[in-house]
Design a protein around this ligand. Sequence first.
Ligand SMILES: [Zn+2]
Length: 175
Amino acid sequence: MGIELDLELPDVEILSVSRDNNGDYVIELRSTKKSGVCRKCGKKIRHFRGYDQWIMIRHLPILGREVYLKIRPRRYQCLDCDNEPTTTERFPWRAPGKSYTKTYQDHVLQFLINSNIKDVCLKERLGEKHIESKKSWAVDDYKQLKGLLWAFRDSAVFNLPFIQYAIHKIWWSEF
Ligand SMILES: [Zn+2]
């Protein structure tokens, strides 16, 4: 018996759920959106021109396993613009230009409180290559972060949103 999942993501439906060789979950999705916005003129476009390549986007874990959303963005053509350009769908729930969701990004930020970047990389299995290539910056950024937090320790802005903001600035700008 399967479990009904609510991914809390707009305009998608679940096609299938499977496990990969690592035992992690791959949730295949379909976009249910029927229109896009032309990247040239900004008008709403409905002329469907097929799907883009499959992409994998990391999402919140389930039962301690990593979760990847697999989806093909829809492509639409603008019939009003010269050369009738196509525009590929962008998902509002995806961290822009990244291979993870905004919700997953927030989840990792929570872990960074009272922890350091390297530990979180290890715990979340965020790729040994990230750790290897960025060992030095991880240490530098951690020092920088500590300095920043120390400098603001008596300030009124020293609260959880500020700490998250500081971590966010340092961590995600490099990642
Ligand atoms: Zn257009």
